[in-house]
Design a protein around this ligand. Sequence first.
Ligand code: SF4
Ligand code: SF4
Length: 433
Amino acid sequence: MIAKTRQIANIRHLTNNLPTVRYVDPEYVYIAITNARCGQGESYVKVGDKVKMGQKIGLRKGPFFEQPIHSTVSGEVVDVVKKFHRSGKLTEFIQIKNDKLNTFDESIKERSDEEIAKLTREDFVEITKNCSLVGLGGSSFPTYIKFQTTDPIDTICINGVECEPYLSADHRLIMEHPRRIIQGCLYAQQAFNAKKVVICIKKKYQDLYDTLTAELTRFPGASVYVKRVGNYYPQGWEIEMIKTGLGVKVPAGVLPAKLGIMVFNVSTIAGLWRAIKWNEPVMKRNFTCTGDGVKIPTNFRLRIGTSLKEIIDQCGGYTDDCDNKVLILGGPMMGANLVRDDAVCTKTCTSCIILNEKKEVEEPCVRCASCVYSCPAGLQPVQIMNAVKNNDKEALKTKLNIKACILCGMCSYTCTSKIHLTDYCRKAKKMAQ
Ligand code: SF4
Ligand code: SF4
């Protein structure tokens, strides 16, 4: 899979400076009844029912939490269909025909600043649970569970690093809505009664720094700070960002909350702003579609549930110079390869990278140790590969510590012999469960 990452150097289409365009409303949206975290789910609607934007239309159930399902358009339920979820699983989706009237559900209404000031931590839990807010950087971890922590939180760290190359959804979100981000930070600070909020961004993005610091002048006395961190990958890995941004080393296996630190992705904090200010669930998100395989790379604001095929059409379609395309949903390092373009964009899809395929031939390992030197988790990717080949589950669990692998893709990217080591790591994680 990570052969794709070596092709990234060939992408010439950068989208950082392209303003976000509003996606022309899709004819249909597809809302998943289950997902990777919630293997069970039920629909509250049937074919022929009329629905509104933000209306609760079902419930997903996971092993230790539930997630309400919302419609992201107003219109009519026309079918329940099987489509590919971003996780690669064939999943049931509620298909809704968009009437393009954008009629909001009555539950979506503004809270005044006075009402917000009175919200307790329990209210934050309730609101984020009802709005089904999850980690929008890709983790999909339910936000309300973060608000339930019993650990005292001193510092909130906002991940605006977007460290995988060529992604710009978060970059544009900060550039275009800095006030919402800062307001969202202040809401989180209120909920945890935290002393400060630190927004981490890459050092090289002067525009982000200027935008955020200029906006902060509107919030005199706010304990919200902008910290410029490294330009390297994986700077956005929570543990690395805390180390660089806050100067705190989080020991392996310890949750940052135990050290008084709570981390949110910048898209999640914008989602928090919507949930608190408007009681609005996540219905749209920023999404980058780029790569040398698509005609017009674009940053979109799109409806959750839009088909990827439609997004590619909005980008002018595929380029004609190469018949075989590589489609990666997510970033080039950690994203998932797609075998077809009719996947559905869910809340946690940040981007799609479309590349003209270049064949690469895998060669035998030459024992150069590049993979070992590049691993941010201090693992031995080549040994992990050998253990997978030998079906040595015990070694994976114990001496090779596969649990610590964050599937960052660095080992594949640096492998001299073009071996897809991260694929072995993925298999190893499953084997060691
Ligand atoms: S994918 Fe896992 S083993 Fe490979 S470099 Fe990243 S953390 Fe290390
Ligand atoms: S980088 Fe590739 S070739 Fe070098 S030791 Fe690791 S697996 Fe072998």
